[in-house]
Design a protein around this ligand. Sequence first.
Ligand code: TYC
Length: 103
Amino acid sequence: MAKDTQPAGELLTRSEEQVKEPEEYRVLLLNDDYTTMEFVVSVLMTVFHKSLPDATKIMLDVHKKGKGMVGVFSYDIAATKVSQVHQLARQNGFPLKCTMEKA
Ligand code: TYC
């Protein structure tokens, strides 16, 4: 039923199709041969608020496997974090790459 034809006094309900869950995005970190392990750990701690043990674990996982997931966020938060990682990496002369994909 169209919204503007809803009878007065009736509870406004939406069909399942109309209710959009907020879309989530995985943020991934990519390995490279030039970014230092220390820098990756510091990025994970500052941008993603990881503890030192968690940041170290994620960094080593990415180092070994080529890429790895850092977290799942709304589109805007994910895009901001990707951009923060790239900005920090550029400022420090590292080619570190970070991407996002629909979860
Ligand atoms: N492979 C890098 C090195 O040996 C470390 C590294 C880990 C770089 C994770 C990027 O996303 C990365 N110095």
